[in-house]
Design a protein around this ligand. Sequence first.
Ligand SMILES: Cc1ncc(COP(=O)(O)O)c(C=O)c1O
Length: 499
Amino acid sequence: MTEVRPPAGASATLDPQDWDELRAQGHRMLDDMIDYIATIRERPVWQPIPDSVRAQFRQPLPRAPSDLADAYRDFTDFVVPYTTGNVHPGFMGWVHGGGSAVGMLAEMLAAGLNANLGGRDHMPIEVERQIVDWTRQMFGFPATASGIFVTGTSMANLMAVLVARTAALGKPSRQGGIGEAGAALTAYTSKAAHGCITRAMEIAGLGSNALRSIAVDASHRIDVAALRAAIARDRAAGRDPFLVVASAGTVDIGAIDDLQAVAELCREEDIWFHVDGAFGALAILSDQLAPRLAGIQAADSIALDFHKWGQVPYDAGFLMVRDGDKHRDAFASPAAYLRRETRGLAAGAEWPCDLGPDLSRGFRALKTWFTLKTFGTDRLGAVVERSCALARYLETRIKAEPQLELLAPVQLNIVCFRYRAEEADKVNGEIVVNLQESGIAAPSTTVLNGALAIRAAIVNHRTDVGDIDRLVSAVLEFGARRASQARGQIGKAGQSIAV
Ligand SMILES: Cc1ncc(COP(=O)(O)O)c(C=O)c1O
């Protein structure tokens, strides 16, 4: 009989030799990150990364171990000072949420549990189911609706296109491919929709040529008459209209489509009605703003991000589908190694892996649960309302400054404006870069009717009137400085001509 020997050598565990040392280090890290958030105003919103700092993260693969304290020093010295800045109240670029200390703590707890939410029978899955149910309640969806956490709304929109595609072509299309019937499928969204809808059509194999980009009105809301006409034209041409994606908060200016009208049209035409509510959908938490979303309750699916207006730390995208069976039809795949049981760890009929392409999934639900539970939806709704009030305040400040010009109506929490100048696109582009590099404020840019706009999206719950005032003053100052430089150059050019 051969002798059975245990593997030789020291224990391979990654647990520390000295738990007390780890505990002390961990407490330091926790204290530091709480201080980081508590004193965020004392730092610049953003600062450029020196080459020497970038070089710290161009190191060879570490074969040997390092002290946790040394690695942590690299983090504090080289990472912490050079983040995007969205925790800071002066951050107004793109549409970034501010997160919260509560969400940060929840992330630590989730990492400690190291739960995999692809499936199986454990309480973390029940926490995700709780959020699905709360989201159903927010939007008046039926108990049969399904929901799932994903990275972000880009992914949620892609999955919605896939669900709508399978609903239109039938489940066998998953094996047979989209075929001729799929080649006729046609989708509709507005010109103001987010670019991820186009990408979703491409990735779904339907092609972005099969996405009609419908005109918008002066407020960037989809022209419903034009939408109706496009659907009729396509039907007459033998195409198969299967999906309309409406926006609840367009990325450029925060416009909300007439969801009621789109819902009715989709019902009449028997077309899947999806709402991209990346940030705007959570306006449902404000009694004042919720009426603007009327019609969202009739959607077949809604994509939204808890990491934007919900202030949950990144990432926490979410997709909800009214008819859970249709959702499962698009993704569920039986596999021997994922067999479901009635008892034991493999119990629980529906697993999140039945509702999307991911099998391994993190515990995004926990930080969302802690955020909703500890702040309550009324308080989160008040944050949403206040962002909009601050946007209106910025609008009034802009209207009162002769050097500034509003470039789009302020409908929600996004303000697009510019400094009046010759070569305005160039000047305003420079103003935004200067603002970012100054660390005072970090708006981003967009292009509206061919004009480059300074775009301030107010999402962070920490942003206050003072932050708006600082933004306005800095834009005026950078603009004036740029104008005087330009005058100086013209002066110099004039002199040289005179000489
Ligand atoms: C309207 C809209 N849709 C989709 C997205 C994409 O969301 P995510 O960045 O979470 O993928 C955004 C992002 O800002 C958005 O504003």
